[in-house]
Design a protein around this ligand. Structure first.
Ligand code: 13P
Length: 334
């Protein structure tokens, strides 16, 4: 394990924002269906190329998470996407989990697949240019979920994954996502998120993961999407920071929020408010706080593109405009 390299790369990855362009085959199919387009490897490639070649992307984006299909694809000029990004000063990464499976005996609980042969896959992804990885665990809130059993299980899996990554000199993004879906109140989201993050760091420590060479990708603390009483921006920012302060070791260099289904504007405003508060008291919140958004960075550009070549330039401009705002928000300067 090259700790110095891991720490250096982790800091580089969070220096601006991280674009999550790692939708699995099933998820990209759903996203493209929203604009009436059928997903094929070639259509997926054209769409990702639109994002990765957008003029000025490197000013706002410091890391891009790719999917297995995407890391094997290239630009029209036959430059592999990972090499293209690297040349622009953007660190290429890879989603290595293999999605979630429901455990019917545990209510809405799901566990994440993908540990089998993970070391072999990491070695291959490294050859293909990946310098960091992502693994997502999800937690649904309802009457019985998430169970203590799944909170424990997911924490073990995230820790094993993170350690295997570091042993391969790949920076792990550790993503425990307490889902916004449902009608739970804000306070429940706060309590569950704190419990989940606490357990995750307990196990990361137990397995000997180097905190300086990893990135946390958490949810913000919000009300459930269907709850009639939505917490305001200040409360989301204040409590998200409070929970992170209680649970995230100071040695972690960066926290990159997921957007989780928030609109692009709301995800941007929340991040800005969080950083405005952080700026007032940086010694209490020592980590860099940025975004690793999928939907909130891509949604508007996807719609503007609509699958038409004639719209590529316009869609790229819209993508960059959003990326610029999110980068500014990550500095509390919006
Ligand atoms: P969203 O920002 O769309 O939640 O996606 C982030 C991500 O990578 C989820 O794993």
């Amino acid at each position: 394990m090259n700790t110095k390299l891991l720490r250096q790369n982790a800091r580089k990855i969070v220096s601006r924002t991280i674009l999550a362009a790692d939708e699995s085959t099933g998820t990209i199919k759903k996203r493209l269906a929203t604009i009436g387009i059928e997903s094929t490897p070639e259509i997926n490639r054209q769409y990702r190329q639109l994002l990765f070649t957008a003029p000025g992307i490197e000013k706002n984006v410091s890391g891009v998470i790719l999917y297995d299909e995407t890391i094997r694809q290239s630009t029209d000029q036959k430059v592999p996407f990972s090499a293209h990004l690297e040349k622009r000063g953007i660190v290429p990464g890879i989603k290595v989990d293999k999605g979630t499976v429901q455990i019917p005996t545990l209510g809405q609980d799901k566990f994440t697949q993908g540990l089998d042969k993970l070391s072999d896959r990491l070695a291959e992804y490294k050859e293909l240019g990946a310098k960091f990885a992502k693994w997502r665990a999800v937690y649904t809130i309802d009457k019985i979920s998430p169970s203590d059993t799944i909170i424990e299980r997911n924490a073990h899996d995230l820790a094993v994954y993170a350690l295997l990554c570091q042993q391969a000199d790949i920076v792990p993004i550790v993503e425990p996502e307490v889902l916004m879906e449902g009608n739970h109140p804000f306070d429940k989201d706060m309590v569950i998120s704190e419990k989940v993050f606490t357990k995750v760091f307990e196990l990361l420590k137990e397995y000997g993961v180097d905190f300086g060479g990893m990135i946390l990708k958490p949810n913000m603390i919000t009300s459930g999407k269907k709850n009639a009483k939505q917490a305001d921006v200040k409360k989301v920012a204040e409590i998200s920071l409070k929970v992170l302060k209680k649970t995230v070791p100071t040695a972690v260099p960066g926290i990159a929020f997921l957007s989780g289904g928030q609109s692009p504007d709301l995800a941007t405003i929340h991040l800005n408010e969080i950083n405005k508060m952080r700026n007032k008291n940086k010694s209490s919140y020592p980590w860099r706080i940025t975004a690793s958004y999928g939907r909130a960075l891509q949604g508007e550009a996807l719609e503007a593109w609509g699958g038409k070549k004639a719209n590529v330039q316009k869609a790229q401009e819209i993508f960059i405009a959003r990326a610029e705002k999110v980068y500014k928000a990550s500095q509390g300067k919006l």
